[in-house]
Structures are given as C-alpha cells and as structure tokens.
Design a protein around this ligand. Structure first.
Ligand SMILES: Cc1cc2nc3c(=O)[nH]c(=O)nc-3n(C[C@H](O)[C@H](O)[C@H](O)COP(=O)(O)O)c2cc1C
Length: 143
C-alpha cells in the first residue's frame, strides 16, 4: 500500500488532495479512490479545454461548452475587465492553450502573440479573434 493511501486510511478525517503530474481522466479516477481530491496545474494550463472532460467524466455534467462558446465568453469578460483597467494580455495569456491538440492551434497562438500579448495590446484587436475561432471550428469539424 502506498504511503498516501495509508495516510488517508489511518486519518480518515484529514482532507487529502493529491497533485503533481496528473493529466489523465483515468488517473484522476484512480486517485479519487483513496484521496478526497485531485489538483491539476500544468495539464490544465497547457490544455484548458481538459476542464470540460473533467466536468463530463468526473462531475457528470450533461453539457459542456464548445471552444467557440468559451471564446465568446472570454471576449465578453475581457471587454468588461478592460473597462475596469485590466490589461488585455493579463487575461489572454491564459488562453494560449485553448486549441491544444486541435487544427488551428498554431494560428490561435500566433494571433494571440501578434496582437494580444503586448503590455499595451488593444481590445479592438480582440474582435478579430472570432474569425480565427470560426475557421478553427470548421477545420476541426471537417475531420
Ligand atoms: C499556472 C500555475 C499556477 C500555479 N500557482 C500556484 C500557486 O499560486 N500556489 C501554489 O502553491 N502552487 C501553484 N502552482 C503549483 C500547483 O499547485 C502544483 O503544485 C504543481 O503545478 C504540480 O502539479 P501539476 O503537475 O498538476 O502541475 C501553480 C501551477 C501552475 C501550473
């Protein structure tokens, strides 16, 4: 028995959340047999859409958003935040991995880095982002 399994067994009142290098649904499920939670850092940062898999497969969500819907929501959020003085790049740098593993991932990253990653990036550039999103969605549907 692994030491952390024993830790929970001998201290059932302790809340134990495991983390470090966990990046697959099957591994999350395995860990949940003996831990109270699983924390995921780098895998989500690299591929934030993995969160929708977690919603479906771990939390049994019936419906999860499409990347296009996520992008639309980000833009609405960005618009509100920019009005409050938040920098465009502070938000958009966290969306770099939205198309991780998909057709169009490079285009998405390039658009962000050319237009939205500078300290003085302008919100107006964000409006063209939906063109990239729509092209990517089409390309991935035609697979
Ligand atoms: C983008 C990012 C931000 C993080 N921020 C924090 C933090 O604020 N405090 C902290 O204790 N750990 C932070 N971590 C570390 C994670 O909690 C975790 O310990 C580490 O990433 C190892 O898990 P992983 O292999 O799933 O990434 C962060 C990790 C990432 C990737």
């Amino acid at each position: 028995m692994k030491w952390f399994t024993l830790l929970k067994k001998e201290n059932p009142n302790l809340e134990i959340i495991i983390n470090g290098g966990i990046s697959k649904i099957s591994d999350i499920k395995k860990h949940l047999h003996f831990c109270d939670g699983v924390m995921i850092g780098r895998a989500i940062y690299q591929n934030p859409y993995f969160l929708t898999e977690i919603e479906k497969d771990i939390f049994n969500f019936k419906k999860t958003p499409l990347r296009q819907e996520i992008a639309e929501n980000i833009l609405q959020y960005l618009e509100k935040e920019v009005k409050k003085g938040t920098k465009v790049n502070h938000i958009m740098r966290h969306t770099v991995g939205l198309y991780h593993g998909q057709i169009g991932s490079k285009k998405w990253k390039r658009y962000l880095s050319d237009n939205m990653m500078a300290r003085d990036s302008d919100f107006k550039k964000a409006k063209h982002i939906m063109e990239i999103v729509q092209n990517n969605e089409k390309a991935n549907q035609n697979l």
